[in-house]
Structure formats: structure tokens, C-alpha cells
Design a protein around this ligand. Structure first.
Ligand code: ZN
Length: 165
């Protein structure tokens, strides 16, 4: 039994906010605006994981009207969503993601992001792909007004749950 899910997210880039993507703080003169820490990549992974099981989205499970989630660490939110996935008897097949940012360059931070995400999802890094692209200076992302991300996730039913033959 396999289930597929996808997630998309975008946040505005503003002054006086840290830039946190994939659980890594990236040195930059702007950061992403949001109720939580606005980790655009982890939000798409959370949405993809919940979506794969048709369990709604990050906003349903962690509403931005809830003061508990103000400046929340998105790694913690993903961890909680992943506990729900595990409770449903699933584990990670593979995860493929793309960060869409004109600046800064993501490449130097991708290995640490992969390690972080592998740890949260309790999976080998070989199952986790993080790519980055620019918008070729086109549109609001190209003009550095925001950063977006896309994730696709495949969940597989844990074989240990199968009854013995
Ligand atoms: Zn978000």
C-alpha cells in the first residue's frame, strides 16, 4: 500500500526576520514572514505528509490563530505531523522537494537540511531529495519578495504491520 502527497507554500521576504529553511538558519539580510518561524520547506513537507493520508493540512492541525504556534519551530510541527503518519502505520518511501528562491544560494545549506529532515522523518538521507532553483528574476520570487517550495512525498505501509504468513 502506497500513498502520495504534495505540498506547496510561499512566504514573503521581509526585514528583521531570520531566514529559516529546512530547519537551518541561513545568513541573509531578510527572512520569511509568518506566524510560525515561516520555514517554507518544512511547511510543504508537513502538508505533503498530511495530504498523502487525506488528513487536511498544516493550517488545520496547527492553526495560525493559535498563540501556541506564534514563532513556532516548524521542525516541531513536522515532527508532530510525522507522529500522525507513523500512527497510521506508514513510513517514508521517498521525499522530493524544490526550494524556489532568487537569493540566497541554497546549495551550501542543503546537506544540513537533508540531515535535519532525515532525522525528523526517521529515514535514511538517500530517501530525501532537496533541490533549489531560481525564478530567473521573473515575478515576485524573482524580485526577492518571497521564497516558495514544493514537496512530493511517497508513504509506504510498514511491512512489520502485515500479519505473519
Ligand atoms: Zn508556510
Amino acid at each position: 500500500m502506497i500513498r502520495i502527497g504534495q505540498g506547496f507554500d510561499i512566504h514573503q521576504l521581509v526585514e528583521d526576520r531570520p531566514l529559516i529553511i529546512g530547519g537551518i538558519q541561513i545568513p541573509f539580510h531578510k527572512g520569511l514572514l509568518g506566524h510560525s518561524d515561516a520555514d517554507v520547506l518544512l511547511h510543504t513537507i508537513t502538508d505533503a505528509a498530511l495530504g498523502a493520508l487525506a488528513l487536511g493540512d498544516i493550517g488545520k492541525h496547527f492553526p495560525d490563530t493559535d498563540p501556541n504556534y506564534k514563532d513556532a519551530n516548524s521542525a516541531k510541527l513536522l515532527q508532530r505531523a510525522w507522529e500522525i503518519v507513523v500512527d497510521h502505520g506508514y513510513e517514508l518511501g521517498n521525499l522530493d522537494t524544490t526550494i524556489i528562491a532568487q537569493k540566497p544560494k541554497m546549495a551550501p545549506y542543503i546537506p544540513r537540511m537533508r540531515r535535519n529532515i532525515a532525522e525528523i522523518l526517521n529515514a535514511d538521507e538517500s530517501r530525501i531529495s532537496i533541490k533549489a532553483t531560481t525564478m530567473e528574476k521573473l515575478g515576485p520570487i524573482g524580485e526577492q519578495k518571497g521564497i516558495a517550495a514544493i514537496s512530493v512525498i511517497l508513504l509506504t505501509k510498514r511491512t512489520s504491520d502485515k500479519p505473519p504468513i
